[in-house]
Design a protein around this ligand. Structure first.
Ligand code: NAD
Length: 396
């Protein structure tokens, strides 16, 4: 099949196997170019390992620390008529590169929220790795189904008044206005259920009970805070409430696992185009203005640069470098005064006529297409290729 992008607003319905492979290869090349880190983890479980920050974490753990990795994801293989999802192709590529370099890598595809997936992961850890010494929790999910069948759906709404601001219409690349509605109490609770720390804590408890996690292990979940500009929709919104719960969970894990000296951390990362962030209203315009400013200032980073820096300059320092609230921060460049002052200025003056000048719309879309394996140098997009790509460790 000759694979072309089929974009629907903030989703691309197709993914290019060779492009995804090249994407993974480039991230590996970045990490190996930096050299091996000392005292890194050796056996790592990554929950949400196939795209975005989780994939970058898996690559950093394996190729930057020499770690064996078990990755959990929720992706769709190809049936021969439709392509697989990008995360499927990324994982197939990752496993292939890992084994070529002598690193153990297995992956499990299914619902990380479920008890069965926790049991399966523990079984693989016990059989193959013994115990893990690091757990990365990088899930970004729209819903969570509980053991009793109840399903909670996360929403992206404010928790105060409705919020109206400029936005980028992703269908037309034109400026528009978006109003974000106020969530009900149930919606806030549901978002906390999905994106808060409860399931993260369940994973750690399950691993401890099964004796599948080392003493002195660390576990890290990811968050975003952002500038005041996006507070109503992010920090002060439903997702922000869920992230508050995540911060508390990090402390709960550290406290409850004191005897084993297992520590919970949250790393606050930069806003980037990923499959999850593209779906948040107002954020794509903020991201494209931020990309413009940070690229001009020479401090723009993608997922792999962020996570490599998080490992190398924060987590593996002794003791781990955290802020006054106990959070690891790699959103420091984004939130620096110089960057934010320039973003604010652009945000206030941006209009239809100067949009291309003040916002990196092309950069936004390049990142978007690249997530699905398109617009990547060196890939032949006219090639008729087999879209059924097996993941070595997954039997179908
Ligand atoms: P992403 O959409 O790229 O990745 C989500 C991962 O979760 C994928 O591997 C997917 O397969 C997996 N997944 C989703 N539902 C699952 C389920 N039910 N079972 C198993 N796996 C499942 O997302 P991302 O942007 O990399 O986000 C990861 C984390 O980083 C989130 O906590 C997010 O809030 C945080 N973060 C994101 C940004 C950003 O701008 N993108 C910034 C800072 C922090």
């Amino acid at each position: 099949m000759v694979v072309k992008p089929r974009v629907r607003e903030y989703m691309c319905l197709t993914a290019h196997p060779e492009g995804c492979k090249e994407n993974v290869r480039k991230q590996i090349e970045y990490v190996t170019g930096k050299g091996m880190m000392k005292d890194g983890p050796k056996k790592v479980l990554v929950i949400g390992a196939s795209t975005g920050y989780g994939l970058a974490s898996r690559i950093t753990a394996a190729f930057g620390c020499g770690a064996d990795t078990l990755g959990i994801m929720f992706e769709r293989p190809s049936n021969g008529r439709k392509t697989a999802t990008a995360g499927w192709y990324n994982t197939a590529a990752f496993e292939t590169f890992a084994s070529q370099n002598g690193y153990y890598a297995k992956s499990l595809n299914g619902d990380a929220f479920s008890k069965e997936m926790k049991e399966k992961a523990i079984q693989v850890i016990k059989e193959d790795l013994g115990k893990v010494d690091m757990v990365i929790y990088s899930l970004a999910a729209p819903r969570r189904t509980m053991e009793d069948g109840t399903t909670y759906s996360s929403v992206l709404k404010t928790t105060g008044e409705t919020f109206t601001n400029k936005s980028l219409d992703l269908r037309t690349n034109k400026l528009s206005e978006k109003t974000v509605e106020t969530a009900t109490e149930e919606e806030v609770e549901a978002t906390v259920k999905v994106m808060g720390g409860e399931d993260w804590n369940d994973w750690i408890h399950a691993l401890v009970e099964a004796d599948a996690i080392e003493d002195h292990a660390v576990t890290i979940a990811y968050s975003y805070i952002g500038p005041e500009l996006t507070y109503p929709i992010y920090y002060g919104g439903t997702i922000g409430q869920a992230k508050q719960h995540l911060y508390k969970t990090a402390d709960v894990i550290t406290e409850e696992m004191k005897a084993k000296d297992i520590k919970g951390f949250v790393s606050v990362n930069k806003a980037l185009v990923t499959q999850s962030s593209a779906a948040i209203p107002i954020v794509p315009l903020y991201i494209s203005i931020m990309y413009k400013v940070m690229k001009e200032m020479g401090n723009h980073e993608g997922c792999i640069e962020q996570i490599y820096r998080m490992f190398h300059e924060r987590l593996l320092e002794d003791p781990t470098i955290v802020d006054a609230q106990g959070l690891i921060r790699v959103d420091d460049y984004e939130l620096s005064e110089e960057v934010q002052d320039r973003i604010k200025e652009s945000w206030e003056t941006v209009n239809e006529d100067n949009l291309e000048e003040l916002a990196d719309i092309d950069g936004y879309w390049d990142d978007f297409y690249q997530m699905f394996g398109f617009r990547i140098d060196g890939v032949d997009y006219e090639e008729d290729l087999d879209v059924v790509v097996p993941i070595p460790s997954i039997e179908e």
